[in-house]
Design a protein around this ligand. Structure first.
Ligand code: C2E
Ligand code: MG
Ligand code: MG
Ligand code: MG
Length: 280
């Protein structure tokens, strides 16, 4: 009986794995065409100064509409990374977002741009040159661009990655650690990488006011960031209670559905009016 049970377990596992592998292969093969056919779009989510309620920046988030169906980034970024298609895709996002934000700035809306980086993108030849060309071509000042990395990226190819990020920093580009608190070696890397900003992961923010430990951890991260002279951004703010606590803790900036949802460029005017007063 035990043997039968074990056999079934293996079978269930294999079927599950098979479906997952198939889905990834299917996505990988569709990505190439998606890139050629411009099926990707960018949405911009506001990052707001918590004290003044002013929109300080927008974070560019990639969107794929595959035959009329939205595919979440978490599903296609892995396959894009595996196939290397993340490199041309990321370059398109970089150039497009720099161009759009530079145009909004030219209309008098003084905002910055935050972009998420991928491992293959950072380690690709000419990464630093590509960023600096995108800035020059769009006219976006280097200090208006923040590049977000997650801690895992700083672990793989650490020396090369940190070297390239430092070169970008020297150009005036800002650096942020995204999903802060969830990766490895958070504190050690703050010494090696010249970061300007940490973004507190939603897994902490979600517990604000509901979970004593998560509230305490959030408060501790905010204080740590301030003591190191960093801008501290809280991600995933959904409830007014979270916003109140973050303001009381002195957290610099906030991002989340309560503050503003990711928004298509053609509807960006609605973001200009985003204030915490009328959403919270
Ligand atoms: P991230 O950089 O941490 O981005 C924040 C994610 O949280 C986004 O998901 C955003 O839509 C979502 N979010 C924002 N506010 C809230 C909220 O109040 N509640 C909840 N539940 N979620 C909220 P999205 O767009 O699905 O992106 C997921 C991840 O995919 C991003 O996490 C980032 O790591 C990656 N990603 C997105 N766009 C790009 C890109 O252009 N390039 C690269 N390399 N990665 C990207
Ligand atoms: Mg991010
Ligand atoms: Mg994050
Ligand atoms: Mg994330």
């Amino acid at each position: 009986r035990a043997k039968g049970l074990g056999g079934r377990r293996v079978e269930v596992f294999a079927t599950h794995m098979h479906a997952d592998v198939l889905r990834r292969l299917e996505i990988a093969s569709d990505l190439q065409r998606a890139l050629l056919e411009n099926q990707f779009a960018i949405e911009y989510q506001p990052v707001v100064d918590l004290a003044s309620a002013r929109v300080m920046a927008v974070e560019a988030l990639v969107r794929w509409c595959r035959g009329g169906t939205f595919v979440p980034p978490e599903q296609f970024l892995g396959p894009a990374e595996d196939t290397g298609l993340i490199v041309p895709l990321s370059e398109w996002i970089l150039r497009e977002a720099c161009r759009e934000v530079a145009a909004w700035r030219a209309e008098g809306w003084e905002i910055g741009l935050s972009l998420n980086l991928s491992v293959r993108q950072i380690t690709a030849p000419r990464f630093v040159e590509t960023v600096s060309e995108a800035l020059a071509d769009s006219g976006l000042p280097a200090d208006a661009l923040t590049l977000e990395v997650i801690e895992e990226m700083l672990v793989e190819n650490a020396e090369d990655t940190i070297g390239r990020l430092s070169q970008l920093r020297a150009l005036g580009v800002r650096l942020a650690i995204d999903d802060f608190g969830t990766g490895y070696a958070s504190l050690a890397f703050l010494r090696q990488v010249p970061v300007d900003m940490i973004k507190i992961d939603p897994s902490f923010v979600s517990g604000l006011g509901r979970d004593e430990t998560l509230t305490l951890l959030t408060r501790t991260i905010v204080r740590l960031g301030h003591d190191l002279g960093l801008i501290v951004v809280a991600e995933g703010i959904e409830r007014p209670e979270q916003l109140d606590l973050l303001r009381e803790m002195g957290c610099t900036r906030g991002q989340g559905y309560l503050v503003g949802r990711p928004t298509a460029a053609r509807r960006i005017d609605s973001l200009k009016r985003t204030t915490l007063q009328n959403t919270g």
